[in-house]
Structure formats: C-alpha cells, structure tokens
Design a binder for this molecule. Sequence first.
Ligand SMILES: C[S@@+](CC[C@H](N)C(=O)[O-])C[C@H]1O[C@@H](n2cnc3c(N)ncnc32)[C@H](O)[C@@H]1O
Length: 276
Amino acid sequence: MTDELDGVRAHYDAAGLTERLKTALIGLGPEDRRLTPQQLAALDQFHTRGLAATAELAKLAGITADMLVLDVGSGIGGPARFLNATHGCRVAGVDLSEPFVDAARYLTARTGQSDAVSFQTASALDLPFEEGRFGIVLLQHVAMNIADRARLYSEIRRVLKSGGRFATFDAVLNGGDPHYPVPWARNPATSFLLTAAATRQAIEAAGFHALAFENDTEAAKTWFAQLRASGPPPSPGLDVVMGRDFSELSTNLGRNLMEGRLGILTAVFETAPINT
Ligand SMILES: C[S@@+](CC[C@H](N)C(=O)[O-])C[C@H]1O[C@@H](n2cnc3c(N)ncnc32)[C@H](O)[C@@H]1O
C-alpha cells in the first residue's frame, strides 16, 4: 500500500467508531428499534449539503429500483442506505477505512437494510468486482483524497456496464490554495484537488462522456452560511465520526468556498466506447 493511501487511511482511522455510535444513538431508542436514514442524516452524509446533495445526485443520475449501484468511498454508509430506501435499488459500498466499513454495517443493521445494502473494505484504485457489474457508480467527496485520477476513473469505468452512469460530487480547486485542515485532510499531504476542467478531462480520458456538468458552489455557500447562522448542527453529528474539531474542518471548507479558493462540482457521465 502506498504512503499516500496510508496517509488517507490514517485521516479516517476512526478507532472505536461503532462503539461511539452505539452510545451516541442511545437517545434514538433501544438497539432493536429500527432507525430511518433521515434520523441518521446529520452524521452519516459526509459531504457538503448532506442528504439534499445525495438526493439531487441520485435524481440527476436517474437511479431506478432495477439498478445495481456501487458507492465508492461509501463512508459510514448514509448515501447507500438513502438510495436503497428512496429508490429501492441494491447498493454495494467500498471504503478504505475499516472502522467506517464496520460502522456502516452496524448502522445498516439498525435501519434493517442489510439484505440490500452491503459494504466492504477496499481501495477505489483496486475495486474488488468483475467488469461490467454495475449500472451506476457514485463518488461523493472522495476524489480529492486520490492522486491517481487516471486509475480511479478507469477502475470505475471497468466495473460499469456499457451504457452505465458515473455520478460524482466533489470539491474542486478554484482560485487559490485552500486553508487547512478541511474535512478530507488535515494538511495538503493527503489532499489532491483538481480544477473542475481537469476533473472532466481525466474522467473523459477514462472512457466517459458528460451528461450533466454543474457548478454547485453557490448552493454550497448558501448551505454553509445557513449552518453558520443556525449554530452547531443537531447532535449526534459528524463530530462523533471525525472528532471534536470537526466543526473547525467544516468551517474551513465553508471559508474556502466563500473566498473562491474551492468550488463544488456535480456531474454525471455515461460510458463511452473505450479507444475512441
Ligand atoms: C469525506 S468522506 C465521504 C464519504 C461518503 N462518500 C459520503 O459522502 O458520506 C471520504 C471517504 O472516502 C474514503 N476514501 C478516501 N480514499 C479512498 C480510496 N482510495 N479508496 C476507498 N475509499 C477512499 C474515505 O475513507 C472516506 O470514507
């Protein structure tokens, strides 16, 4: 495993996470009471604009019940559970972080979705699936942790069926060096941002053409401004997952957007024949 992946794994090495979640969720009722994806949304949607962003991306990608979906960098599984609950599709998730995968399985058992939503520990650069397995691949706030974009996007292309779709929602470089720490990196060593144009170029070079390519920055800025005005988000939130300083990480992301250093990209691509 490379130094780069080790650094990213260390950033998301949430030791004891499942136990912390058990404690944090006591207020929502006993272990055998079924939870809904909405109840967990403040802590299990680990990206800008939370549940709303996942819902919009799924709509833009055209997810339907008959599709098999892969969520790459699935975190603690909120997006995967939401897609299954809302669209009825089966979802597989992979993530580099073992504690996250363990927590994702625990939360999925608590929402009663383990038959349709599964998780495994794996790298996005070496996906443990055969060619052409999935109808949709989702990648939300993960690419900025990955330096080898050519490999990332060609792995995603490999596991998609012909005519399959790739939906991505990520932070991109805009007009200057970001302030750190941010939610995906405490310093620049594990942050590999590209501009929106360079991201599109890398994705298309892997055998895709764009169906939608949208600048989501203004909506993200509005969301951060509302967050600042409304005070700390409801507990339990992402601080349970990432630690007490999560609000500092999140505030810096908002500041980077407000100052025009970073942007947010939403895009959906379809597979194109390879070698054209
Ligand atoms: C900011 S979180 C987003 C999680 C999830 N996509 C969501 O939106 O809730 C980034 C996730 O990407 C995962 N990740 C980063 N690099 C990865 C890689 N090379 N392979 C698999 N997962 C990776 C991290 O472990 C982390 O769970």
